[in-house]
Design a protein around this ligand. Structure first.
Ligand SMILES: Nc1ncnc2c1ncn2[C@@H]1O[C@H](COP(=O)(O)OP(=O)(O)OP(=O)(O)O)[C@@H](O)[C@H]1O
Length: 581
């Protein structure tokens, strides 16, 4: 990616945001060279005395030079301050805005995207990739620009004294360029591999921490947890390859740039001895020769680094261009909550899961989804909330395809209580408030009471202000479930999707949750995934799924009379009741 494209991508298509920083940096580095140019003038005046004996020193001119130098230095301080502030302010705000945009984009992507990516990779988009963009904008771009502008100004100044030698001094730049090009290619190639290894390592570490209970239980200690160890080793290898691979060409390019010094000495000497150049001018070239290649070498190093950082920019670009789920335009109010599945086909990674499903879920009724494990119950609820889009057919709400509505509008009608509750590492209070950011204290308290959260929060230090830990790890499964029900109550959405999670709870927790659920579902359209059939015997409609197809539906009594899959499952569960260790 060239620098222009890089700037465009780093600013997410708004390179104008970099213009003030670029402008001030340009001025700063132009003025950085002016002391040398003024020095040229002073040295020139002094040498005139030697070259033309009898000439008087032009004190006035030297005084003017000094005054100009002082003004230049003051301006330099000013430009330095402005470019510093512009690069930091803009750099950090570009990244803050970029992070927000990427987070918004991630929210709009289908869950299929998350199926194909490791958590470390997704996390690195927002954390480390943007860290790299920050570094690129705040440090590298100004340094690269400065490293190129400074020598350019010096070469132009020297050209006024002897254009031929100035041209020869500049010749090393195109000679070094092929090496720079190769270095950048090598960094791009090895950098991609190294960044992938970095993300893999991050994912393995997350996996290790999340699975720590399992690792302890099965004694999979550090050395035995090979996946993580291997990822560390691979990262080490790829990092060494990245550094070592690009090193030789970078050193060669530095050598070519350094060659400008002997070139200036030799050719300058030739020009001087052949009368093409005066002694003062020759000395000036000797003095400034090193000043040309030093910043260039620095720019070269930073260019290599920028290529590496550019990979992060590319990754962010690819993510930004990943198509989001299409948003509908119908912002009309949804007033009827009948849900209808019409000829639905759906597959995960081309494996069919829902097949030719036709189903009506009436509003303001309790519909239970039951069926063997893997029959597609959870998938069906996720399709209603558009976590995924169907492959074929339509899901209709309020008489229209749900794809017609903006996803946010659709989701505002739906409360979901997941089986695997996730709580943010925040207070119980704030975790409930997620249901409705505008809720008052009284409303939050009411939801906490109705969902029986108060019962356990009372015992905790701080009550509702107690922190719940990462993912809610300091609460029990039943307590987490009650917080998530309080959250759903606060949202007060007309449609409730409920994944029953009472199977693994103790009787007291189960009772509290059942009470909380009864409060939640009052006069709502409720779709509950039921694992234990005795909890849904009073459901208005029980839908039995088998291998992604509708097997049968009706009330408990009707299905028992039907003597089909439901009756079979019911009998099994009744038999299980008497089962003991
Ligand atoms: N994210 C996913 N990616 C790929 N396959 C999936 C995904 N989620 C579920 N499946 C597969 O889809 C099928 C239906 O899964 P689903 O979770 O909908 O079943 P379920 O009836 O809710 O099962 P359970 O009662 O065990 O929770 C299963 O075969 C499952 O392996």
């Amino acid at each position: 990616m060239n620098i222009i494209k890089l700037m465009n991508a780093a600013t997410q298509g708004k390179p104008r945001r970099l213009y003030p920083m670029l402008g001030w940096t340009l001025l700063e580095y132009t003025f950085r060279s002016t002391p040398y140019c003024i020095m040229l003038g002073v040295v020139w005046e002094l040498f005139k005395l030697l070259q033309y004996p009898g000439t008087e020193l032009n004190v006035k001119l030297i005084g003017i030079y000094c005054a100009v130098l002082l003004i230049c230095l003051l301006l330099l301080v000013f430009f330095n301050y402005k470019s510093y502030m512009a690069s930091y302010r803009e750099g950090y705000s570009i990244c803050a805005d970029g992070r927000v945009n990427v987070a918004k984009h991630l929210r709009k992507l289908s869950m299929g995207f998350y199926n194909t990516k490791d958590p470390g990779t997704i996390g690195s988009y927002i954390v480390s990739d943007f860290d790299n963009v920050e570094l690129l904008v705040t440090h590298l771009l100004p340094q690269i620009i400065g490293g190129l502008i400074g020598p350019l100004v010096m070469i132009i100044s020297l050209a006024f004294f002897n254009w031929k030698l100035a041209l020869i001094a500049a010749l090393v730049i195109p000679l070094a360029w092929p090496m720079v090009w190769i270095t950048r290619k090598l960094i791009a190639y090895s950098g991609k591999k190294q960044q992938k290894s970095k993300n893999d390592t991050a994912s393995r570490v997350i996996e290790y921490i999340q699975g720590i209970r399992l690792i302890k239980a099965f004694n999979l200690n550090g050395t035995k947890f090979e996946r993580m160890e291997n990822s560390f080793r691979k990262l080490k290898q790829d990092s060494i390859r990245l550094e070592a691979g690009s090193g030789p060409t970078l050193i060669l390019a530095t050598f070519v740039l350094n060659a400008s010094i002997p070139l200036i000495i030799l050719v300058g000497f030739y020009f001087f001895t052949h009368g093409e150049m005066t002694l003062p001018v020759y000395i000036l070239f000797l003095l400034l020769g090193t000043k040309i290649c030093e910043p260039l070498m620095q720019a070269l190093m930073f260019l290599g680094l920028a290529t590496y950082m550019g990979l992060s920019v590319e990754r962010i670009e690819t993510l930004r261009k990943t198509p989001v789920m299409p948003d509908g335009a119908d912002t009309g109010k949804i007033t009827n909550y009948d849900i209808e599945f019409q000829n639905i086909d759906f597959s995960y990674n081309h494996v069919p899961v829902i097949k030719q499903l036709n189903l009506k879920i009436p509003s303001h009724k309790l519909t239970a989804l039951v069926g063997p494990s893997g029959s597609g119950k959870t998938t069906l609820t996720r399709l209603i909330a558009r976590f995924w889009d169907v492959d074929k057919g339509e899901i209709r709400l309020n008489g229209k395809n749900i794809k017609n509505y903006p996803v946010d509008n659709l989701l505002s009608c739906i409360s979901i209580v997941f089986q695997d509750v996730y709580l943010f590492n925040d207070t119980i209070y704030n975790n409930i408030k997620i249901g409705n950011a505008n809720a008052t204290d009284a409303q939050i308290l009411e939801a906490a009471e109705k969902a029986r959260v108060i019962n356990f929060a009372r015992e905790l230090p701080g009550g509702l202000q107690a922190m719940v830990g990462e993912g809610g790890c300091s609460l029990s499964g039943g307590e987490k479930q009650r917080v998530s029900i309080a959250r759903a109550m606060l949202k007060d959405a007309p449609i409730i999707l409920l994944d029953e999670a009472t199977a693994s709870l103790d009787p007291e927790n189960e009772l509290h949750i059942q009470e909380a659920i009864n409060e939640l579902v009052k006069s709502k359209t409720v779709i509950v995934i039921a694992h234990r059939l005795n909890t849904i015997v009073h459901a208005d409609n029980i839908v039995v799924l088998n291998e992604g197809k509708l097997s049968e539906q009706g009330t408990h009594e009707q299905l028992i009379t039907n003597n089909g899959l439901y009756k079979h499952m019911w009998d099994e569960q009744q038999r299980m009741k008497g089962w003991k260790f």
